[in-house]
Structures are given as C-alpha cells and as structure tokens.
Design a protein around this ligand. Structure first.
Ligand SMILES: [Cu+2]
Length: 282
C-alpha cells in the first residue's frame, strides 16, 4: 500500500508539472510595453517554485516508500528531527522568496509608484455597481469638474459631471475604454461604492479601484485591437455584468474618436467595436 501511494504521488507530480510544459492553458498574447519584463519574472518564479515543488513531492514519495508498513514485526522509530536541516531550509526558502520579491518589484513599482510620463493620455475611471464609466476630457484635453453630489443615474450622469463648467462641454463618458496605441496612458481610478478591479489580461495589468481614493497608474499598449476588460473583484450580486471592452486604436483613429461630440462618439465606438475582433482565444 505504501509503495502504491508513493507511485501515485509521483504520477500526480509528473502530471501537474507537465501541464506547464504543454502550455495549453497559458497567458494570452501580451500587448503592453512592460509585459515582457513581467512575463520573464513570472517564468523565473514558476521555474524556481516548480523545482522546489518537484523536489518536495519526490522526497515525500520516497519517505512514504521507505517508511511503509512492513508488517507486525516492524517497530516504529521516534526521531527529534534535525535543527540544522530546519535552519538551512528556512534560510534558503527565505532568501529565494525575498530575492524573487526584490527582483519583481522594479517592474511593478515603475507602473504604480512612478509618475506617468509627460504627454500621457489621461482617462478618469469611475467604477460603480455594476458598470464601468470612462470619462474622456474631449478636444480641450481638460476634464470638466465632477462632484459626487451631481451624480444622477436617471439622467445618465454617472460620474457627477458639472455641466455648468466650460471644460465639461466637450467631455464624454462611455462604458468602453478607448486608448491610443504606443502612447502612455494614465488612468485615474475611482470607485463610487465598493472595491472594484480593473483587469485586462493582455495588458498584464490589474489594479483595485477603492472608494475615497484616486489611484493613478499608467501603462503603454502597443498592439491595436479589442480586448476584454473585466472587474476582477467580486463586487456584489451582479458583478458578472462588469464586463466591457478595451479598444487600443492607432493614434490617428484614436485622435479622431476623441474629437467627436458625445452622440457621434457613441456611434463611432459601436463601429470600432465591430471593426476589431476579440483575440482568438476568447
Ligand atoms: Cu466590480
């Protein structure tokens, strides 16, 4: 029985590790400038923990095999273990994991802690149960004033835009995010109610939207197309409805879209959604 259990452990280990080599379920093709560094870091981590996992499972099977029940005459042994071994593997594990965290933080920090490069395209994002609202500054590039007291869902003013503000005249809002290709984009993330999460797998980018905070993040997308945007935080009963699209558009097409007044903007977004298909693995 002991030997059979050891073999099962080894087979399960081999099966789960081989899934990483087959790569049938893997990340979608990346479309952001920071993605290669992030993917490389992920690969290093998965290789190191894969080796540790395999070694631990092979060792477990070997112990099960070696110390199996050999009948009534077989006496049990008692051992205190080895303090020296405990210290060694604790230190080795700590060094590896702290090392991986230090290696990985530079990519993450460059997006979350550093300011967006000058000339970034800005979008204010206001999440609510259960929809995305993207606020575009329009032709003047200046956001109109917003005030939570002006929020009126029945009038479709989901973000509380102050219509009296001259800067708000050319502003548009939409549930689809449209960004330019090859130009840094800065998002200012807000939430009206609970914590939501902005996630586009192809961007390799994920960030919470927290009520009461304006979280600034930035990235550069480098491949035009339509990608699925999901809320990756279980934010309530209709959380599944927080599914939208992100359009990455060539600069000229994007600039043309941004120059349109609200009604034409809505129509044009619809056309662009039809023009660009979702990536094939969706
Ligand atoms: Cu949500």
């Amino acid at each position: 029985m002991g030997r059979a259990l050891a073999v099962i452990i080894w087979i399960l280990t081999l099966g789960s590790v081989s899934l990483f080599f087959v790569k049938k379920w893997w990340f979608p093709t990346a479309i952001s400038s920071h993605a290669p560094a992030l993917d490389r870091q992920f690969l290093i981590t998965i290789i190191i923990v894969g080796i540790a996992f395999t070694a631990a499972q092979v060792g477990l099977g070997w112990m099960v095999w070696k110390y199996r029940d050999r009948g009534p005459s077989d006496r049990a042994l008692y051992t205190h273990g080895s303090n020296r071994l405990e210290v060694i593997w604790t230190i080795v594990t700590a060094v590896i994991f702290i090392g991986l965290a230090v290696m990985g933080q530079s990519v993450w920090a460059s997006l979350h802690f550093n300011q967006a490069p000058p000339g970034s395209f800005q979008i204010e994002v206001v999440a609510q149960q259960f929809q995305w609202n993207f606020h575009y500054a329009g032709r003047d590039g200046v956001f109109g004033r917003t005030d939570p007291n002006l929020i009126d869902d029945s009038a479709l003013n989901f973000i509380g835009l102050d219509e009296a503000d001259p800067n708000a005249k050319d502003d548009t809002t939409h549930s689809v995010i449209a960004i330019p290709e090859g130009r840094p984009v800065e998002l200012i993330l807000r939430s009206r109610d609970v914590i939501h999460n902005f996630w586009v797998p192809q961007l390799r980018f994920k960030q919470d939207l927290v009520p009461g905070m304006a979280i600034r993040v930035h990235f550069t997308a480098n491949r035009p197309g339509k990608y699925e945007l999901a809320c990756a935080e279980l934010c309530g009963q209709l959380h599944f409805k927080m599914r939208s699209n992100m359009l990455v558009l060539p600069e000229a097409e994007h600039a043309e879209l941004m120059s349109l007044p609200q009604d034409q903007f809505q129509t044009r977004i619809g056309e662009l959604l039809n023009k660009y298909p979702l990536p094939p693995n969706y």
